[in-house]
Write a protein that binds this ligand. Structure first.
Ligand code: ATP
Ligand code: MG
Length: 548
């Protein structure tokens, strides 16, 4: 038999399909439109869409929009854009609010069966009355209202006769239940707020537990997959479905994604945006999908990462370096290469005819040397990195040194003949000469130990570089001490802006994905670029320090 390495969700689905429990599977991705999607959501998306794809099923996009004061169409639209960017296509676009009428009808049905009642207690009285895990709760004085009275009050709640918080509808289950969730959970609360889809139609809104399972059931979701913190809700999820006698969707839980140096709570991310700590939801330091996209992470890299971390049932803190590794892996294969000098040292070629320019052919990707290329101009004045020259160089230093030779990538072998310094002894310029016979394609190839990147001073374009570091300094952001705030761990150096000098072809790049600045790192052109200044975000550094 073929050996299969299935995760626990695949095992469940294969069993369900083998037993004929379902003809095909239907999953859903249920975001609340109260913020932008983040890397954690990418994991959930990959699981929900991935399972459906693998087993020939489908996935609905369902907005869990039951909290009108926090939700907005801005988020609805952004969520769709992010899912499409990841390359997933949902079957139906649904909204919990589409089912408000049905949910309301079921509530009346429960009232008539004595399964729900209107409670006049305050929020505080209700929470105090819940008891604790050790002690049973206390029954509400309003618990034994007749179905007729409850129906009348509930209809008046809906009609807007009461103020926010004055009444709630609760399920009548068991105030001593060992699972606190069953201690007469709230089904509806009054909220005089305009909803981004239903407008002013409703002033009562259903609670999460009363909504989620029923929505799954209405859509005939077979496998409702969510994060572990919902496992305590599952019995209640089943209870509503059973009590209402509707399609039996089932809930399964997996471990949420946590990443080192990263926060993934929408509430906190929103605070960073609102307080101006970051430039917006798409600040390249944000763990949002629009943020990492702007940073230059690819959808392919994110999916590869989700594949690598797999699906588990135990919470884990993943190393962000694994994600960065996936990004590098993908960009290394696919990105175009360009030369950019960040800390320039002037090199004058003394045996170069004044005004002469020679254009070299350089492949855009070394993995495909015969593939598309760009043209790199060589002239009498060149910039190299200061770090690529050393005056008192050790023996094993293979970059440029006095009387040493190095190849200027794609072009000549260059020899350093003279070092020019200022009054303080700082090196300001190198006088060098080329070996004309070392021209690529002309005669026999001569190799030297070092190859460095460079740009022509005459043709170089000045660009702005935005270099990013981790937004937070604490590896495990779930371990913020009680006497501190997560904002105490913001990294003050998470953004540094520098300048670079780029070979001209960089500015003609198609911008499809991030590019590699040779020997430096991956960068992507930013939307803040203007006609006068092109801005690049640093996606990630190259893996290894260079050995020549
Ligand atoms: P947050 O806590 O960041 O506000 P949320 O759970 O409230 O997130 P939802 O919009 O309700 O956000 O999430 C949509 C789906 O994504 C849910 O099924 C949720 O379980 C899942 N999800 C959210 N965060 C993560 C995460 N870090 N890892 C995996 N899945 C996640
Ligand atoms: Mg949620």
């Amino acid at each position: 038999m073929e050996e299969k390495n299935l995760n626990f969700l695949e095992e469940i689905i294969e069993k369900d399909l083998a037993e004929g429990k379902y003809e095909s599977i239907l999953t859903r991705f249920p975001p609340e439109p109260n913020g932008y999607l983040h890397l954690g959501h990418a994991k959930s998306l990959c699981i929900n869409f991935g399972l459906a794809q693998k087993y020939g099923g489908k996935t609905n996009l369902r907005y869990d929009d039951t909290n009108p004061t926090k939700e907005d169409t801005e988020y609805v639209d952004a969520i769709k854009e992010d899912i499409k960017w990841l390359g997933f296509q949902w079957e139906k676009e649904c909204y919990a609010s589409d089912y408000f009428d049905q949910l309301y009808e079921w509530a009346e049905q429960m009232i008539l069966k004595g399964q729900a009642y209107v409670d006049d207690q305050t929020q505080e009285e209700i929470s105090q009355g819940r008891g604790t895990v050790e002690t049973p709760g206390r029954e509400s004085p309003w618990r034994n209202r007749t179905p007729e009275e409850n129906l009348d009050l509930f209809r008046r709640m809906k009609a807007g006769e009461f103020a926010d918080g004055e009444k709630v509808l609760r399920a009548k289950i068991d105030m001593a239940h060992p699972n606190m969730m069953f201690r007469d959970p709230i089904l509806y609360r009054i909220k005089h707020a305009r909803h981004h889809r239903t407008g002013d139609k409703w002033c009562i809104y259903p609670m999460y537990d009363y909504t989620h399972g029923q929505c799954d059931s209405i859509e005939n979701i077979t496998h409702s997959i969510c994060t572990l913190e919902f496992d305590v809700h599952r019995p209640l999820y089943d209870w509503f479905i059973h009590t209402l006698g509707i399609f039996p969707s089932h809930q399964y839980e997996f471990a949420r994604l946590n990443l080192t140096y990263t926060l993934m709570s929408k509430r906190k991310l929103l605070e960073l945006v609102q307080k101006g700590i970051v430039s917006g939801w798409d600040d390249p330091r944000m763990p949002t999908l629009c943020g990492v996209r702007r940073r230059g992470y690819t959808a392919e890299a994110l999916k590869a990462f989700c594949e690598k971390i797999g699906v588990s049932k135990r919470d884990q803190l993943m190393d962000i370096q694994l994600l960065e590794w996936c990004v590098r892996q993908d960009l290394n294969e696919r990105s175009n290469r360009y030369m950019v000098v960040q800390d320039p040292l002037k090199v004058t070629i003394t045996n170069w005819e004044k005004g002469k320019v020679e254009w070299f052919d350089a492949p855009l990707n070394p993995a495909d040397p015969e593939g598309p290329s760009r043209k790199v101009p060589f002239t009498g004045e060149i910039y190299i990195e200061k770090a690529d020259f050393m005056e008192d160089a050790p023996k094993k230093y293979f970059r440029l040194k006095p009387d040493g030779e190095v190849r200027f990538k794609y072009s000549y072998i260059v020899k350093c003949d003279e070092v020019i310094k200022d009054a303080n002894g700082n090196v300001t310029e190198l006088k060098c000469s080329i070996d004309p016979s070392s021209k690529p394609g002309a005669g026999e190839w001569r190799s030297v130990k070092g190859t460095i990147h460079w740009v022509s001073a005459e043709y170089a374009k000045s660009i702005e570089l935005r270099n990013y570091d981790r937004l937070f300094t604490l590896a495990d952001m779930s371990q913020v001490p009680d006497d501190k705030d997560y904002k105490d761990f913001l990294n003050p150096d998470s953004l540094t802006v520098t300048e670079g000098l780029a070979e001209p072809a960089l500015l003609e790049d198609d911008g499809r994905i991030a590019v590699q600045f040779e020997r430096t790192g991956y960068y992507i052109k930013d939307k803040d670029s203007t006609a006068g200044k092109t801005v690049f975000n640093k996606t990630t550094a190259l893996k290894d320090s260079f050995k020549f």
